[in-house]
Design a protein around this ligand. Structure first.
Ligand code: TXA
Ligand code: MG
Length: 299
C-alpha cells in the first residue's frame, strides 16, 4: 500500500531511514530524516537529481530554526511573520548539518510548512525532514498524492494530505549574504518580504531551482498572452492543441501543475499556457511557466 493516512506510521518509516512523500501547503515533498545521510542519498537517487543540489529542511512549528542555521534578527523577523508557511530561509548552516543536505554548501535552507498532517509527522519524529519536491528531476512538481504515485510508482510511501492549497513552491530568501535576496519567487511576494527586512538585493548564491529548464511537461509547451491567435496559428499548421487558460492568480497557481500533468496526457502536439498578470503570485506562476517551456523555446 503506497498511500498512508496515519502520520505516526509516516514518522516511524522516516525514523527507520525510509523515504515518505509528504503533503505541504505548496507541493508534495520527498521526505527523509534530515540527520540520516543515507536517507538523503536515497532522495537524490530516487529523484534522479545530480549530487550537489541542496535540499530544504522542514521543521515542526515549535522547533528552533537556530538548531539548523544562524537565525539573525532578519531571519527571526521573517519567521515570525510567515511561519508556518511557504517561505524558505537560506542561512549559514550549523556544523552538524550533513553535507548531503546542503550539497556541500556552507548554508542550509529551512522552512516550517503549514500542513497539519506533516506538522504531526515532524512532532512525532522529533527531527527535521529533508524534502525536495516529490518529482523526478526537472519535471512538474506534484500537488496530489496520486501525482507522487505516478512519478515514482507504488513502492514509495505517500502520506495523503489532499490537494496542496497553494500549488507552487515556497518563496526562497537568502539571508546568508549581506543584503537579503530573493532566490525563488513564490506566493509570498517580494513586497511582503521587503516590508519585513527592507530592500532585497540580488543574490550571488547559485540556486539549482533557478535552472532555466525545470517543471517541464513532456509535450511541447508554448506560453501566450493571446491564446486564441496562437491556437489558430498552430491549428493552421495541422497541429493538435490543448490550452491552459489563466484564472484568478491564486486559483491559477493552485491548479497549474495538476493541469499541466492532465494536459500532458492528452496526446496533443502543443500545449498553450496563458501567462498570468505579472504581479504578486502571478510573477511566481510566470517564473514556473517560463522554466517549464524553456526546452521548447526556439531561442
Ligand atoms: O515549497 C517548497 O519549497 C517545496 C516543499 C516540498 O517544501 N520544496 C521544494 O524543494 O521546492 P526543491 O528541492 O524542489 O527546491 C528547493 C530549492 C532548490 O532550488 C534548492 O537549490 C534551493 O531550494 N536550496 C535549498 N537549500 C539551499 C541552499 N542552502 N542554498 C541555496 N539554495 C538552496
Ligand atoms: Mg523541485
Amino acid at each position: 500500500m503506497p498511500i498512508l493516512h496515519d502520520p505516526h506510521e509516516a514518522a516511524q518509516r522516516l525514523s527507520d531511514g525510509q523515504l515518505v512523500a509528504l503533503p505541504t501547503e505548496t507541493v508534495y515533498g520527498l521526505g527523509g530524516h534530515a540527520l540520516n545521510p543515507l536517507s538523503i542519498r536515497q532522495i537524490y537517487a530516487t529523484k534522479g537529481r545530480p549530487a550537489g543540489h541542496p535540499v530544504i529542511v522542514h521543521l515542526a512549528a515549535h522547533a528552533d530554526g537556530s538548531e539548523w542555521g544562524e537565525m539573525n534578527a532578519q531571519a527571526q523577523a521573517l519567521a515570525k511573520a510567515f511561519w508556518p508557511g511557504p517561505l524558505t530561509l537560506i542561512l549559514p548552516k550549523k556544523s552538524h548539518v550533513p553535507d548531503e543536505v546542503t550539497g556541500g554548501l556552507s548554508t542550509v535552507g529551512i522552512r516550517v510548512p503549514h500542513h497539519p498532517l506533516t506538522q504531526e509527522v515532524l512532532t512525532r519524529l522529533g527531527c527535521g525532514i529533508a524534502a525536495p519536491s516529490a518529482n523526478r528531476f526537472g519535471r512538474v512538481s506534484p500537488t496530489t498524492a496520486t501525482h507522487v504515485v505516478s512519478e515514482f510508482g507504488p513502492d514509495l510511501a505517500v502520506l495523503d494530505g489532499g490537494p496542496c492549497a497553494i500549488g507552487i513552491e515556497s518563496t526562497i530568501v537568502d539571508l546568508s549574504t549581506e543584503l537579503p535576496a530573493l532566490l525563488r519567487p513564490g506566493s509570498i511576494g517580494k513586497e511582503a518580504i521587503e516590508s519585513v527586512v527592507g530592500t532585497l538585493g540580488s543574490s550571488q548564491t547559485p540556486a539549482p531551482g533557478t535552472l532555466k529548464s525545470h517543471y517541464a511537461p513532456m509535450t511541447s509547451l508554448h506560453l501566450s498572452a493571446s491564446v486564441e491567435a496562437d491556437r489558430k496559428r498552430f491549428e493552421e499548421q495541422g497541429l493538435k492543441v490543448a490550452v491552459l487558460f489563466a484564472s484568478e492568480p491564486a486559483d491559477y497557481a493552485q491548479r497549474l501543475y495538476a493541469e499541466l500533468r492532465r494536459l500532458d496526457q492528452l496526446g496533443v502536439d502543443v500545449l498553450i499556457a496563458e501567462t498570468a498578470a505579472d504581479i504578486g503570485i502571478g510573477r511566481a506562476i510566470n517564473d514556473r511557466l517560463k522554466r517549464a517551456a524553456f526546452e521548447f523555446s526556439i531561442d
